[in-house]
Design a protein around this ligand. Structure first.
Ligand code: C2O
Ligand code: CU
Ligand code: CU
Length: 494
C-alpha cells in the first residue's frame, strides 16, 4: 500500500499528458489524438475482490472527426486492465448489454473449465455471468476477450478485448519497472481496416483463409500512437490482440532489449534480443532502455499476406499506405517513444538476470502422445467452403468431446499444419515446446507458453492441472476466423 501511495504521488508530481493518460481514457477527444491511451487499471484488491465488466456497444473516434461503431468493456473500445494477485479469489461480474450472445474468456488464466469463459459459458443479451476465479498461478500478462463461437472474430475485431495482469510476491521482489502507465506499459497491438478514417469490418472470401487484417495498426485502440516514457528502463507488456496478423517486432534503431516473460509468466532468465515474433494470442514482456533520451519506434515487418491480398485487389482489405509491397525489408511503425527526463521520478532499475524459478515436467513422465493436424481444405486461400477448417478432419462441434485427459497427467501433443503459420492455443494449461520441425526448439519457443506458432510440427509437453469435467477446455488456432470456421476442438480433464 505504501508503494502504491508513493507511485501515486510521483505520478501526480510528474504532471502532464501521462497523468491524464493514466487517469482517464478518452478515445474521442481530438487533443489526445496521437498519445498512447492507457486503459484504466482496476486492481481487484482495491475493489474488495469484485470486478465489474460490461460488454457494450459504443462509438469510437479513432481519427479526428470520424466516428466508428465499436464494442468495448465498460467503454466504447477495449476494456480496463484488470490486476489480480496470486492467492486471491476474485469475483467477476460480467454483464452483456449487446444484442448478441457473448462470453469473456480469461486467456492464459489457469482455472477450472466451467470458469474459463469458453463458448460453454455463453452470456445472453441482458444476462450476467458471475464466476469466482481462484488466482493460483505466477505473475503473468494475460488477456481477456470474447469467445462466443462463430462470433469471436467479429466481436474481438470490434473491440471486445482487454488485458489481465497477475502479480505475485516473487515478481514484486525482482525490482522490475512496475509503475503502471509510466514505466510499466500495456501495449495491446491490433491491426484494423480503416476507410476514410472509419473502422470497417472486412468480409469476403479472403477473410476466412487469411483472417481479418487491416491497413492500420492500433495500440490500445489508437492508430500508431506516441508514448512519453521516462529516460530509463521501461517494461512493455506486449499483447497481440489482432485477429490474424503475426508481428516481427524490433526497434527502429535495432537496439537490444531484454525479453523477460512469455504467455505463462516470467522466464527463468532474461534473454537479450533485437527482434521478437508475436502471433495472435501471444504475449511477451520486454525491458527496453530509453536512457539515451533518443526518440525511437517499435516497428514490425510489413504484413506479407495483407500485401498479397492488396495485389490481388478488390478485396477491400488494403489502404493506400502499402506502396512498397515488393520490398520485404520495409517496416511499419507500431508505437513511437519520446523519452522525458525524470518522468515518474524513480531511479533506474537494472535488468535482473534471474527471474522466476519454475519446474518443467520431465518428458519421461508423459503418459500419452496425441496428434493434431490443423486442416485447411485443398485450394487453401481461395476455398472457404463449410468444413474447410478443421482439426484432424473434424470441424468444431460444441456437442462433441474430442479428447479426454486425466487430471494431473503429463502428455505430449504433436501439432502440425500446412499452408500457413497457425498460432495454436490450449486453454487451461501452460506448456513447453519439446521439438520444432523435428529439431530442438528455437530460442523464442521457451516457455511457459499457451499459444505457439505451428509451421510444420511442434511437440508440446503439457501438464493438465485444471479440472474440466463440468465444462471442457478448447484448443484451437488463434487466427480467430480459422477458429470461428471450425479449427477448434475440446477436451475434458478429469
Ligand atoms: Cu484467446 Cu480460446 O482463446
Ligand atoms: Cu484461451
Ligand atoms: Cu489457423
Amino acid at each position: 500500500a505504501v508503494m502504491m501511495l508513493l507511485n501515486r504521488r510521483t505520478l501526480l508530481a510528474s504532471g502532464g499528458l501521462l497523468l491524464a493518460a493514466a487517469c482517464t481514457r478518452k478515445f474521442g477527444s481530438p487533443e489526445r489524438a496521437g498519445t498512447l491511451p492507457i486503459p484504466r487499471l482496476v486492481d481487484a484488491r482495491q475493489h474488495g475482490q469484485l470486478i465489474n465488466l460490461r460488454a457494450q456497444e459504443g462509438e469510437t473516434t479513432f481519427f479526428p472527426g470520424r466516428r466508428s461503431a465499436t464494442l468495448g468493456y465498460n467503454g466504447s473500445y477495449l476494456g480496463p486492465t484488470l490486476r489480480v494477485h496470486r492467492g486471491d479469489d476474485v469475483t467477476m461480474t460480467v454483464g452483456n448489454s449487446l444484442s448478441a450472445d457473448t462470453t469473456v474468456h480469461w486467456h492464459g488464466l489457469l482455472v477450472p473449465g466451467e470458469l474459463d469463459g469458453s463458448p460453454h459459458q455463453l452470456i445472453a443479451p441482458g444476462a450476467t455471468w458471475r464466476p469466482t476465479l481462484p488466482i493460483r498461478q505466477p505473475a503473468a500478462t494475460l488477456f481477456y476477450h470474447s469467445h462466443a463461437h462463430g462470433l469471436t472474430g467479429e466481436q474481438v475485431y470490434s473491440g471486445l478485448a482487454g488485458m489481465l495482469v497477475v502479480t505475485d510476491e516473487e515478481e514484486q521482489g525482482l525490482g522490475l519497472p512496475s509503475d503502471y502507465g509510466v514505466d510499466d506499459l500495456p501495449v495491446l497491438i491490433q491491426d484494423r481496416q480503416f476507410e476514410d478514417g472509419r473502422l470497417v469490418m472486412p468480409t469476403g472470401m479472403m477473410v476466412a483463409s487469411q483472417g481479418r487484417r487491416g491497413n492500420t495498426i492500433l495500440v490500445n485502440g489508437a492508430p500508431t500512437p506516441r508514448a512519453d516514457v521516462p529516460d530509463r528502463l521501461v517494461r512493455l507488456r506486449l499483447v497481440n490482440g489482432s485477429n490474424a496478423r503475426i508481428y516481427e517486432l524490433s526497434f527502429s534503431d535495432d537496439r537490444t532489449f531484454h525479453w523477460i516473460g512469455t504467455e505463462g509468466g516470467l522466464l527463468a532468465r532474461s534473454v537479450e534480443l533485437q527482434a521478437l515474433t508475436l502471433a495472435p494470442g501471444q504475449r511477451a514482456e520486454i525491458l527496453v532502455s530509453f536512457a539515451d533520451g533518443k526518440p525511437v519506434a517499435l516497428v514490425t515487418a510489413q504484413d506479407a499476406s495483407a500485401s498479397m491480398m492488396g495485389m490481388m485487389g478488390g478485396m477491400g482489405m488494403m489502404g493506400d499506405h502499402h506502396d512498397d509491397e515488393d520490398d520485404a525489408s520495409t517496416t511499419e511503425t507500431v508505437l513511437t517513444f519520446s523519452p522525458r527526463p525524470g518522468l515518474g521520478g524513480r531511479a533506474a532499475a537494472a535488468v535482473p538476470l534471474l527471474l522466476a524459478a519454475r519446474t518443467v515436467p520431465d518428458p519421461e513422465a508423459a503418459v500419452r502422445r496425441r496428434r493434431f493436424v490443423l486442416n485447411m481444405s485443398m485450394g487453401g486461400m481461395m476455398d472457404s467452403d463449410d468444413g474447410a477448417y478443421a482439426i484432424n478432419d473434424r470441424p468444431f462441434d460444441i456437442d462433441r468431446i474430442d479428447e479426454e485427459v486425466g487430471l494431473g497427467d503429463v502428455e505430449i501433443w504433436k501439432v502440425s499444419g500446412k499452408k500457413m503459420a497457425h498460432p495454436f492455443h490450449i486453454h487451461g494449461v501452460h506448456f513447453d515446446v519439446l521439438r520444432r520441425d523435428g529439431d530442438d526448439p528455437d530460442l523464442l519457443d521457451q516457455g511457459p507458453r499457451d499459444t505457439i506458432v505451428v509451421k510444420e510440427a511442434v511437440e508440446l509437453l503439457v501438464r493438465f492441472d485444471q479440472p474440466a469435467t463440468k465444462a471442457p477446455f478448447m484448443y484451437h488456432c488463434h487466427i480467430l476466423e480459422h477458429e470461428d470456421e471450425g479449427m477448434m476442438g475440446q477436451f475434458t480433464v478429469g
